[in-house]
Design a protein around this ligand. Structure first.
Ligand code: GLN
Length: 474
């Protein structure tokens, strides 16, 4: 044991639970970062202790709970970089509603976490601060774009993580790292202070090692917010459940999610999980969501289109870094700022987004994608009005892939999202829960529910979680 760790143990007896916890968390983060996890951006051990001191005076349901916050969620104490060079020194003048609510409930922010630049990616390799690694096997990716939050939760350095979802960025890294990842119904959690990527898709999501912890955090941060007009005026997500089994519920297995080149180990784990769901009293039924095959193509038209508009604000005038145009005027300044500030994947999305929105191509791509989105959403409505309460699917087609394996061909990376992005297009709630392992690498199973059935999918996730053993061993 090193000197700092000894000191932490010795002083734990004389300080409060919150301060002691923050010290332990700091040591753990320092250790995992030293080993090369690269899960944090700008970690500051003094700041975590200051945050804990402030939290010490607050009694609430999240007392002594350490939360890692994805770096596209605005905080006052830390920079908010979005994993991008263009915002590498950006300091937000306000904090996100979700962060404010964590603090009000007695929790404290442990650190900001690494992510694919502006949330664009499925591996946390598209970060200006270098790739994050999977803590279960550090030759593998942790998934993305909320890979830093997933990795830190998986190693047990923090109690829970905040992430964001535009097309699976909480559930997919949760599956790859062996933790629970929850994306609420569109509008159940405030987005005030979440840097926009695709506004009709974006949601704040929660990661933790158990569904119980996910619920504790989700119940605190959900509910109406006057500062976000897209936030529903609904009661917060329930903190606990009375449900003891799944009797009376029908769970649909959409054939399309099992037929698309899903790895055999993932399929096996899903079969075992559906047997457990049956043991828990659920009726299992094969169902069809016929437009699933169009989800990835639809998502990769709509998300870049919205991103190209949202990212127009990063022009070197209002936020972050300004490029050097050598006195050649405004347009050159824009060019210098954006060409050097954005990484290659973000530039690709802006190009695709601008293209599909341009007058000659709008009808061919953007309008068609909107029609396909409607059909995908209708599939969910149809299945949920046919007596099905929940859907169960794999979260990812395979276990975590190796670093670099999907970087050469962007479409290979995009195809990683084929089990997750339809939920964002339809706005329905979804949660990934660990259901097994293959060669030690975690496998995630996903529940999706009808709009606003957030509590029900979390009930099912916690019951399944208790009857399978899939959590990461790190
Ligand atoms: N992988 C998807 C993308 O690159 C989803 C990202 C997200 O949910 N933020 O767009």
């Amino acid at each position: 044991m090193d000197f700092f760790s000894c000191l932490v143990l010795l002083t734990e007896r004389v300080v409060s639970d919150v301060i002691a916890k923050a010290r332990r968390v700091a040591v753990q983060i320092i250790n995992v970062e030293k080993e090369g996890l690269n899960a944090t951006i700008g970690f500051d051990e003094n700041q975590i202790l200051l945050n804990a001191e402030t939290a010490d005076s607050v009694e609430g349901p999240l007392r002594a709970t350490a939360i890692a916050v994805k770096d596209n969620i605005a905080t006052l104490e830390y920079r908010t970089t979005c994993g991008s060079k263009i915002l590498q020194s950006y300091q937000s003048p306000y904090e996100a509603t979700v962060v404010e609510r964590v603090k009000r409930a007695g929790g404290f922010v442990a650190c900001k976490t690494n992510m694919d630049e502006f949330g664009m990616g499925s591996s946390t390799e598209h970060s200006a601060f270098g790739p994050c690694r999977n803590p279960v096997n550090n030759a593998r990716v942790p998934g993305g774009s909320s890979g830093g939050s997933a990795a830190l939760v998986a190693v047990g350095a923090v109690d829970a993580g905040l992430g964001s979802e535009t097309g699976g960025s909480v559930r997919q890294p949760a599956a790859f790292c062996g933790v629970v990842g929850f994306k609420p119904t569109y509008g159940r959690i405030s987005r005030f202070g979440l840097v926009a990527f695709g506004s009709s898709l974006d949601q704040v999501g929660v990661l933790a090692r158990s569904t119980t912890m996910v619920r504790s955090l989700a119940s605190v941060i959900s509910g109406p917010d006057v500062r976000d007009s897209t936030c529903k005026k609904m009661a917060p997500i329930a903190k606990t459940t009375e449900r003891k089994d799944l009797t009376g519920l029908t769970i649909g297995l959409p054939t399309e999610y099992f037929s698309q080149d899903i790895d055999s180990a993932v399929r096996r784990a899903c079969d075992q999980a559906s047997a457990r769901l049956k043991d828990l009293g659920a009726q299992i039924r094969d169902v069809s969501l016929p437009h699933t095959e169009f989800a990835v193509a639809t998502y990769y038209v709509i998300a870049p289109a919205e991103a190209s508009a949202n990212l127009a604000r990063f022009d070197g005038v209002r936020y972050g870094t300004r490029g050097d145009a050598r006195g050649n005027g405004l347009e050159d300044m824009y060019h210098a700022t954006r060409a050097h500030g954005f990484g290659p994947e973000v530039r690709r999305r802006i190009m695709v987004g601008t293209y599909v929105l341009s007058s000659g191509y709008y009808d061919t791509y953007y309008k068609k994608a909107q029609v396909a989105r409607g059909l995908i959403a209708r599939d969910f409505e149809n299945v949920f009005s046919s007596g099905v309460d929940l859907l169960f699917t794999p979260t990812t087609p395979s276990v975590a892939f190796e670093l670099g394996a999907r970087l050469q061909n962007p479409v290979h990376m995009y195809r990683e999202d084929r089990c997750v992005c339809a939920a964002n297009l339809a706005g329905v709630p979804a949660v990934s829960v660990p259901i097994g392992r293959n060669d030690g690498l975690p496998i995630g199973g996903q529940f999706m529910g009808r709009l606003d059935a957030d509590d029900l999918i979390l009930d099912a996730a916690s019951l399944l979680e208790q009857s399978v053993d899939g959590h990461a061993e790190v």
